[in-house]
Write a protein that binds this ligand. Structure first.
Ligand code: IVH
Length: 711
């Protein structure tokens, strides 16, 4: 294969014998070939550092000997010159647009096929017309002019007759070859390649994130970002905007025999090193899976998973001879058509801005919209994420906004269409109390989200709170899963945690799809759950920042529920691992009278847990594993993970999920993985189950031994 030869070809040794000229051109060939593997095939052969080494060598050579520099050199992608405008370019062959079929499901393809057959004068029983079907990329059209294989000019479409010279910026696009790839045929005298410059969704997200970090303007969608980059006057900025390219057609061609079909043309362009999208097919006629209809359906299903935006598919009569026979109407070919999918962005008006309370109490501003059909559904609400996003986008009631719904994602307001507001509209402000339950709304320092402090009391948070309470690690109410919680809450049977314990058999059994037996099982599970432990109960309340471990620490430290509810911030801070954020969250929770009431009612319903006297300073530090952090990994021979954890915690030790320098021991069983490796590399002592038991026994013995008396 000529391609492999190019990579394998020995570079002339940098000796007196080999001319610099040979060295420079060999480096250029290699760099072109590697860039193609990297950018177009996404399959690099060499590490980036090796590419950089070759690149730097070429750059140094060209600097020292400017006569070696060529226009197609890979070093010439970013030239430093800032333009004061773009030069107009008259297209040798006009850049046409294509007709769009309306987006009713199958009919777009069928209408096009019927028209083509009629215009070709085909009888009903004539065989199907062959089509090339491809994607309609959502970017901007570019004409790339290659002369003798070297990229000499890149131009935008403009009005179709005259575009703008954007060569400088297009050179920065890694996927666009500066030189056509050699593959055994002489490069044509002139080859104009047409295609779409676009931005991948992930590149777009990263770019916007970067813009946001630098306090710069963000882009509304990948298409706008791509268009902005292409028309950027400073090529150094353009180079930082990650663009991609797909070739889909031809402009002026001299000295090359164009393949007889469009599908073969695309193969040929790929062979010249141009990126051609893999999602294309040759279809026979319109109907069925093998026809245009099938392609339209398959791509429609794939659309959301593609790494870039498309707004439809394009059908082209495959045979060039037939294309010529069909010709053009005004500015559009009769042989091609775009079949669009429902748009993912639409304009509409903001009628109101409401607040939605999510399951963690997060308040989300939501734009209530004049109904609009976007991304295949009618959208009436779109998220504005949080107060800061809303302010950044400057959305106010009455504004005309762009709404985007791509795939299954929640519809989003991407921006306001610039225009004047007819009257003064006050800036949106977050409510100070929860619109659902009236509890205080807070925003913690350093966080963007506002939250309702209502917790269990807030209806919007109820379902989630019930599920949290019922989970295995909390009250362990068997059979109370999300479906049942939905049902109980929706039927108005349960509004608060205590009400769980007040449900009677009759009301329960009256629920849809609830058999007597399941109702009885649930009641039995509820009864069983009443015998709780303080840490499980505390964790089950769902106080923000109070996970299982903190609940255990609190329970151990205070011993009694009432002491926890009444603890001051200072007292809470005395608990190990409780910092200001956690202490504040606990205090805020119990400052809401209704949260205290929930605890009282649960007690009244019969929920109990053992309590003990609070630990004194000396108690907690004399626990044998006090201050020690252990990590469990793999399967121990006789102890379950939970049992091992309980043993360690009862001895005052802490179990952590990850190994660090601060880990005192790693307890490893069968099939221990990366945590064991990490422990080994950090030199953390490793124990097996027997070792853990020994440690606990030794620790207990130590703790029991009297302190050596100081002299
Ligand atoms: S072919 C003579 N193929 O859609 C046919 N165009 O109006 C010329 N587009 O702005 C266009 N994907 O930039 C063709 N696979 C594709 C395309 C495509 C996107 C854009 C093109 C132009 C518009 C067509």
């Amino acid at each position: 294969m000529p391609q492999t030869d190019m990579f394998d070809a020995d570079l002339p040794a940098d000796s007196e014998l080999a001319s610099r000229q040979d060295r420079a051109s060999a480096l250029r060939e290699q760099l072109h070939a590697h860039a193609h593997r990297y950018y177009v095939l996404d399959d690099p052969l060499i590490p980036d550092a090796e590419y950089d080494r070759l690149f730097n060598e070429l750059q140094a050579l060209e600097r020292a000997h400017p006569e070696l520099l060529t226009a197609d050199s890979p070093t010439q992608r970013v030239l430093g010159k800032v333009l004061d405008g773009f030069t107009p370019v008259r297209h040798a062959v006009p850049m046409l647009s294509i007709r769009t079929e309306t987006d009713t499901e199958a009919s777009g393809a069928e209408v096009f096929d019927a028209r083509v057959r009629r215009e070709l004068g085909l009888l009903d029983d004539a065989p199907p017309v062959e089509y090339a079907a491809e994607l309609k990329f959502d970017g901007l059209a570019i004409n790339l002019r290659y002369e003798h294989g070297v990229l000499t000019q890149a131009a935008t479409r403009g009005d179709g007759e005259t575009g703008e010279d954007v060569t400088q910026n297009i050179r920065t696009v890694g996927q666009i070859p500066l030189k056509l790839k050699a593959h055994g045929i002489d490069a044509p005298k002139v080859l104009e390649v047409r295609g779409e410059v676009y931005m991948r969704r992930d590149d777009f997200d990263r770019l916007n994130e970067r813009q946001r970090e630098h306090g710069e303007k963000t882009f509304v969608n990948p298409r706008n970002a791509a268009a902005g980059a292409v028309r950027q006057l400073d090529p150094a900025i353009a180079a930082k905007r990650p663009l991609s390219f797909f070739a889909y057609g031809l402009g002026d061609v001299q000295g090359w025999e164009v393949p007889p079909t469009h599908s073969e043309l695309l193969d040929a362009l790929a062979a010249w090193g141009l990126p051609v999208c893999e999602h294309r097919t040759v279809a026979q006629g319109a109907s069925g899976d093998g026809g245009l209809v099938g392609f339209h359906r398959r791509i429609g299903a794939l659309r959301d998973q593609l790494p870039f935006d498309i707004d439809g598919v394009v059908y082209k009569v495959n045979r060039r001879a037939l294309q010529e026979e069909l010709g053009f109407v005004t500015r559009e070919p009769r042989w091609a058509v775009a079949h669009k999918y429902p748009a993912q962005e639409q304009l509409t008006q903001v009628e109101a801005i409401d607040i939605q309370v999510g399951r963690t109490g997060k308040l989300t501003p939501v734009a209530r919209l004049k109904p609009v059909f976007v991304g295949g559904v009618t959208v009436t609400n779109a998220t504005l994420h949080n107060l800061f996003e809303l302010r950044r986008k400057r959305v106010r009631v009455g504004d005309t906004v762009i709404v985007r719904r791509a795939g299954d994602v929640i519809p989003e307001v991407v921006g306001v269409v610039a225009g004047e507001r007819l009257s003064y509209v006050p800036n949106f402000a977050m409510p100070t109390s929860c619109p659902v339950c009236g509890s205080d709304v807070v925003r913690e320092r350093g966080e963007v989200d506002h939250r309702c402090t209502g917790g269990l009391y807030c209806a919007a948070q109820r379902k989630q709170a019930l599920l949290h309470f019922a989970q295995r690690r909390a009250m362990d109410i068997e059979g109370l899963g999300d479906k049942l919680v939905d049902q109980l809450v929706d039927a108005g049977l349960v509004r608060t945690l205590p009400e769980l314990y007040k449900m009677g058999l009759t009301k329960l059994a009256a629920l849809d799809r609830m058999a007597d037996k399941s109702a009885q099982n649930l009641l039995a599970a509820l009864e069983k759950s009443k015998a709780a432990t303080l840490p499980r109960f505390l964790f089950g309340l769902g106080i923000r920042h109070v996970g299982e471990a903190t609940a255990k620490d609190l329970a151990r430290h205070f011993g009694q529920m009432d002491r926890i509810m009444d603890a001051s911030i200072e007292q809470l801070l005395e608990v190990r691992d409780v910092g200001p954020v956690v202490a504040h969250s606990i205090r805020t929770f119990f400052d809401q009278p209704h949260n205290r009431e929930v605890v009282e009612q649960l007690r009244a319903a019969g929920v109990t847990w053992p309590e003990h006297e609070p630990l004194t300073e000396s108690d907690s530090s004399t626990l044998p594993l006090a201050g020690k952090t252990l990590v469990l990994t793999g399967t121990l021979p006789s102890l379950s993970r939970d049992e091992a954890k309980a043993m360690i915690e009862n001895a005052g030790g802490k179990v952590s999920g990850s190994v660090s320098k601060k880990t005192h021991y790693v307890v490893a069983g069968e099939e221990a993985g990366s945590k064991l490796e990490k422990a080994q590399s950090l030199g953390v002592p490793i124990l097996d189950e027997a070792g853990l038991r020994e440690l606990l026994a030794a620790a207990v013995a130590d703790a029991a031994a009297p302190e050596p008396e100081s002299p």
